[in-house]
Design a protein around this ligand. Structure first.
Ligand code: SF4
Length: 448
């Protein structure tokens, strides 16, 4: 990236007179920079006597996903979300699944697009999307764009979701609390030494930030990637549960999420057995809602009524069925108020009885033990409204997803334990490409 192009003055920095440097105050790293020097994240740097941001509006392709891809289970289940990911990161995790966009020195510029706040909001409005999610690599270093666009989103009645490892200082986080409705925070572990060695960060500022969100009353869910050989022996799960009980509440959900080998870390994928064992420990500590993520099994992520144990929300992978709740969020069996906020999800799919078009291309994708979801990439700009049609086997369900201008990718996942394959096609000549996902927060890129 040519650092001199397309930059603008950043927020949250000061002149460090003692060292004659520009100091960035956005994240706890506090990079002190001389003229033309970039910070650790490689997307903010000193230009003369100011700090500039170099990634304003620079993003990966706008993607249609859902709340569950963001590890949010208690807020508008099944609602579609416009996922927006940027470039750069204030941390560097050894097992980063999006390292080709988070670690700038590995970035292929072909994967980067430019958006304005107005364009992002327009895409959401055109596609009837109720939530914009700041996600994939971490949104912290996209702060100015996230705040500007989130303000505009609110003016247009769109909610905002922040999925982050929360390596951010108190003041910018306060600014986010004004414009973000839903926080999905990735707490890597409870071991400061692992944070330092494998995430290139510090644990304490992350915990401080989570407490700040907890006090604000904004919707908060915590996830923890369970990385084989790092935090899978139970110690961290117990410490995390105890810390949450002490500092948040027993009703904040904790997601234990399967890792897959990526970037510089090659230990095997987290086993389901290990995740289930950790979940038992978390429950025994007193956490009320603990979910298993990135696992395509039944009965690992359901929400039950706390009074009568009725199945309120059934989940399989990214598929949600919230039929146990009424529109006011009450249990359909006993009438008890549930923990689910606004359970009437927007519908992303329309079930149809037979194919309504002759496809230009048709892709068949066979699910495997490793791959249970994929991105469908719209290869070329399409000038008209289109839909993507899917047919599931062996059950034969056919659905179509309406797509309007601006959406460039759509996530699809295995819908049931018996599903073997999916057929995907589009209408109006829209050309598609299939990119398998290793897990729900993965954004596969060109040359992946
Ligand atoms: S946001 Fe970037 S430049 Fe600022 S302190 Fe953090 S790593 Fe350094």
């Amino acid at each position: 990236m040519n650092w001199k192009e397309n930059s603008r003055i950043a927020r949250f920095w000061h002149k460090n007179a003692e060292e004659n440097k520009i100091e960035c105050d956005l994240c706890p790293r506090h990079c002190k920079l001389k003229h033309e020097q970039m910070g650790f994240c490689l997307v903010r740097g000193a230009v003369g006597q100011s700090l500039h941001t170099f990634n304003y509006g620079r993003a990966v392709q706008a993607t249609l996903e859902c709340m569950e891809t963001e590890a949010i289970y208690h807020y508008m289940p099944g609602t579609k979300a416009l996922s927006m990911g940027n470039i750069g990161c204030s941390m560097s995790c050894s097992y980063c699944q999006n390292w080709q966009t988070s670690q700038i020195k590995h970035l292929n510029p072909d994967n980067v697009k430019n958006y304005s706040p107005e364009q992002v909001v327009e895409i959401a409005l055109l596609n009837n999307i109720e939530v914009i999610s700041w996600t994939y690599n971490d949104p912290v270093v996209w702060h100015e764009f996230v705040v500007d666009t989130s303000k505009l989103a609110h003016k247009n009645g769109i909610k905002t979701l922040y999925k982050s490892a929360l390596y951010i200082e108190e003041e910018p986080l306060n600014e986010l609390l004004d414009v973000i409705d839903i926080f999905s925070i990735s707490l890597k572990c409870m071991n400061p030494l692992i944070y330092k060695k494998y995430n290139k960060g510090e644990l304490e500022p992350v915990l401080r930030g989570i407490k700040q969100i907890g006090k604000s009353g904004k919707h908060l869910e915590i996830s923890q990637l369970i990385v084989t050989g790092l935090n899978d022996d139970g110690t961290d799960a117990i410490k995390t549960a105890r810390w949450m009980l002490e500092n948040l509440s027993d009703t904040v959900p904790l997601h234990l999420v399967a890792y897959h080998p990526a970037f510089r870390y090659s230990q095997p994928r987290t086993s389901v057995e290990s995740l289930l064992n950790l979940r038992k420990l978390v429950f025994s500590e007193g956490i009320k809602h603990c979910y298993i993520g990135n696992v395509y099994s039944e009965n690992v992520s359901n929400t039950l009524c706390k009074k009568c144990n009725y199945l309120l929300v059934e989940r399989f992978g990214l598929t949600v069925n919230a039929t146990g709740l009424n529109k006011n969020g009450l249990c359909n069996k006993c009438g008890e108020r549930s923990v689910i906020i606004n359970p009437l999800a927007s519908k992303n799919k329309q079930s149809i009885s037979h194919a309504t078009h002759v496809p230009v291309q048709q892709f068949e994708f066979i699910w495997s033990e490793e791959i249970n979801s994929l991105h469908v990439v719209l290869e070329e700009n399409y000038n008209t409204d289109i839909f993507i049609m899917t047919e599931r086997f062996p059950d034969g369900n056919i659905e179509q997803i309406p797509i309007h201008k601006g959406i460039e990718r759509v996530i699809f996942s295995k819908n049931s334990i018996n599903e073997k394959k999916i057929l995907i096609s589009s209408n109006n000549g829209a050309k598609l490409r299939i990119m398998p996902l290793s897990d729900r927060a993965h954004f596969p890129v060109l040359n992946d």
